[in-house]
Design a protein around this ligand. Sequence first.
Ligand code: SAH
Length: 216
Amino acid sequence: MAYEKERSEMVEYQLRDRGIKDERVLAAMESVPRHLFVDEYLQSKAYDDGALPIGEGQTISQPYMVAVMTELLELKGDEKILEVGTGSGYQAAVLSMLAAEVFTIERIQPLSLRARGVLKQLNYTNVHVIVSDGTVGLPEHSPYDGIIVTAAAPHIPQQYIEQLKVNGRLVIPVGSRYSQTLYKIKKTATGISSLISTPCVFVPLIGKDGWDEKEV
Ligand code: SAH
């Protein structure tokens, strides 16, 4: 397989050395061919320590950020997960190896179609790729064990909490247009508990309960 050495080094130096501990997350990221989720001219940079453009003004997240967010979901293997912001489909592929079923929503159709093609070609068959405004979640398949939002929200949409199971986890960057904080929210029997993780910078979550397209 191409880029095996680069992928292994990414896992060792960018993930393990920086404190990612969940062995299942590390193994999934050692296995998913990240270079196939970017355009050919960027493939040699796919294992670098950063985000990369994927067209339509959007980006595939830095590997470390993918690992942090995935680890926060605490996956064991039997979960149903919702991802908002399919982008390249890379995060969805990682999730598909760690959970039972993944629903992923993207608002930009060409990105969604491309991601669906790559996921299908690589045989990640438990991922459902949907085009719609993910700020309202995906009520028809709820409740979820985990919701992961890979675009920056101005606030936490209440629908996400409603669409989680009790003990379900929501991982979401929240803040201003150019800087956010990663939150992990757990739904409890009586409300929510929240944990603040790392500072981060994501492209905006645009839609009915996110940023207005005209503002960004
Ligand atoms: N998880 C992706 C990276 C996503 S970048 C990956 O692994 O490549 C964030 C994505 O969120 C962009 O593609 C953007 O178009 C999408 N997005 C922004 N607002 C959205 C919304 N309301 N619903 C669905 N997708 C949205």
